[in-house]
Write a protein that binds this ligand. Structure first.
Ligand code: ATP
Ligand code: MG
Length: 560
């Protein structure tokens, strides 16, 4: 598969300049820094592709670093999921690192700041600290503890670490400027006491670094060159620069912000995704409707499609919502070139070929790929007197432009024969239960030797040999473009799409599918792209998830 040259963007341009000028005096070094408090999602894919892609393209390094500085919400299962998903996406981190391994180093840096008079222990409570910060329009006020001597601060800081004080008794703050125009710079908190077990450090550590303190310094410790983050960290850039400078790092990393991925009909926030799971709106983190990598994978999307999507949307400074159609385009485009074609009938209607011998089954050969896909292969497809076709492929009174089966009309059964509908059998309610048709033996393979044409070609499976399957038809999980846009007091869950999952039981699929491993992907001809569900499929009771639909020409005509 061809790989286009990486598209240029403002970050790539800056990195190119760094390399040309030798700005950092070390190879391009990036990091992907998730907090292990949820499963990674499509937004993370954007960041992963950006960070790992830059390292790859400039011959540098990219670390996977867990930003695990909050003992309350983090868990090893999220670490494992993140590692597996990064690898599945096709990237091998140059190092797997944990901010929680830097606690000692960060503490030493804190001691250094205290000695230099750049940090102090504040003993106000949370509320007093908040009030003292002032507002955007008014300066804050100095803490009464701001004047403590370095010796007193150092003593208190060490006793904080030794576990002498309860949560909230003291915090360490940077000593910057309580009237700074950037609120973040008004003596930000650096360390706080937390007597809570950490998933990696257990209970031995109790002075936890705050995000701003841990993040930039972790970057600096690792020798990161450009620290790429999303726009909400823009105000944090001042403290980032202050800390790496005061801590004495040579040629420290610098932060660049870019617009996060926002996608139509989708929420991308671990907190909200966690709620969908906990409240049972979805079956789990890997529900195929979830924008998590686990869900996307179970839906049948390939890592290549995700990478292509992320590369194509690029990065920019300005926030924008990406169209769902763009995402689906890259999913379809990738599957089109790689998956075999098969036949499956979702809503079966029985067809009996009255002139076909009873009990006979013949094997027809069907190509697995169309001409424009550079892959080869075929499989035998059994053909018999009784067949299933799609209920929607028949209309008793067809309107203009409906070219499929109708009374008296001849159509092609794909790869098989021409058939003509002779009789419609209905039940007492008037529901069509069976079509009695004749087939033309001279049209074997799907062409008439006399050159006569038919307007419609439909798919089918042999009733004698079909497998019964469950098919799960997925639609967008939310029914509005921006599910997070809700009036005050209301909740994003009100926008959940009640029809996001339609389960079809009793679908009929061709028997060749029985031999494929779970997780195999297909195009069901004329229907869409599907993947066998590795979790729920059984050899004689397969389950298929719809990855993405094809565009249905009739639905378009009907809708217009
Ligand atoms: P969430 O809001 O889902 O909790 P987060 O930013 O808090 O996301 P982290 O695990 O802390 O999640 O983020 C890891 C990395 O992924 C960060 O560099 C973050 O900026 C990036 N990231 C997270 N969400 C997106 C997104 N929607 N688009 C681009 N990058 C993202
Ligand atoms: Mg977060």
């Amino acid at each position: 598969m061809s790989h286009d040259a990486p598209r240029s963007n403002f970050i790539r341009d800056l990195v190119e300049e760094d390399v040309a000028t030798g700005r950092f005096g070390r190879p391009v070094t990036t990091r992907f820094p998730p907090e292990p408090n949820g499963y990674p999602h499509l937004g993370h894919v954007k960041s992963i592709v950006l960070n790992f892609g830059l390292a790859r393209d400039f011959g540098g390094r990219c670390n996977l670093r867990f930003d695990d500085t909050n003992p309350v919400t983090e868990d090893m299962k999220y670490v494992e999921a993140m590692k597996a998903d990064v690898r599945w996406l096709g990237y091998a981190p140059d190092a797997e690192l944990y901010a929680s391994d830097y606690f000692e180093r960060l503490f030493e840096i804190a001691e250094g700041l205290v000695r230099d008079g750049k940090a102090y222990v504040d003993s106000q409570n949370e509320e007093q600290i908040r009030e003292g910060r002032g507002t955007v329009t008014s300066a804050g006020t100095d803490s009464p503890y701001r004047g403590r001597s370095p010796e007193e601060n150092l003593d208190l800081l060490r006793r904080m670490r030794a576990g002498e004080f309860p949560d909230g008794a003291h915090v360490l703050r940077a000593k910057i400027d309580m009237a700074h125009p950037n609120m973040v710079m008004r003596d930000p908190l650096l360390l706080r006491i937390r007597h809570a077990p950490h998933y990696r450090r257990g209970s031995e550590w109790c002075v936890y670094p705050l995000y701003d303190f841990a993040h930039g310094l972790s970057d600096a410790i690792e020798g990161i060159t450009r620290s790429l983050c999303t726009l909400e960290f823009k105000d944090g850039r001042d403290i980032y620069e202050w800390l790496v400078r005061e801590a004495g790092f040579e040629r420290p990393p610098t932060q660049i912000e870019f617009a996060r991925l926002e996608l139509e009909y989708t929420v991308l926030s671990k907190r909200k995704l966690l709620r969908l799971v906990n409240e049972g709106h979805v079956s789990g983190w890997d529900d195929p409707r979830m924008p998590t990598i686990a869900g996307i994978r179970r839906r049948g999307v390939t890592p290549e499609a995700l990478r292509n999507f992320a590369e194509a949307i690029g990065v920019a400074r300005k926030p924008a919502r990406t169209e769902l159609a763009t995402y689906e385009h890259y999913v379809r485009d990738d599957l089109n070139m790689r998956v075999p074609r098969r036949m499956a009938v979702l809503k079966p209607l029985k067809v009996v070929l009255t002139n076909y011998p009873e009990g006979q089954v013949e094997e027809l050969e069907a190509p697995s790929y169309p001409h424009d896909v550079p892959l080869e292969g075929s499989r035998p497809v059994p053909f018999s007197r009784e067949l299933w076709i799609e209920r929607d492929d028949f209309m008793e009174e067809p309107p203009k432009k409906f070219f499929r089966l109708a009374p008296g009309r001849e159509v092609r059964l794909r790869y098989a024969y021409f058939i003509t509908c002779q009789e419609v059998v209905k039940d007492a309610d008037g529901t069509v239960v069976e079509l009695r048709c004749t087939y033309d033996p001279a049209t074997r393979g799907g062409d008439a030797p006399d050159g006569r044409k038919v307007q419609g070609t439909i798919h089918w499976v042999s009733a004698a040999r079909a497998l019964d399957a469950e098919v799960r038809l997925y639609e967008r999980l939310f029914s509005v473009l921006d599910p997070e846009d809700v009036p005050e007091g209301e909740d994003f869950t009100k926008h959940l799409n009640p029809d996001s999952l339609v389960v079809v039981r009793g679908a009929k699929v061709e028997p060749s599918l029985r031999d494929d491993p779970p997780g195999s992907r297909y195009q069901f001809e004329r229907t869409g792209y599907f993947v066998s569900d590795a979790e729920d499929s059984r050899p004689d009771a397969p389950v298929f998830n719809r990855t993405v639909g094809l565009r249905d020409s009739w639905a378009k005509v009907k809708g217009s």
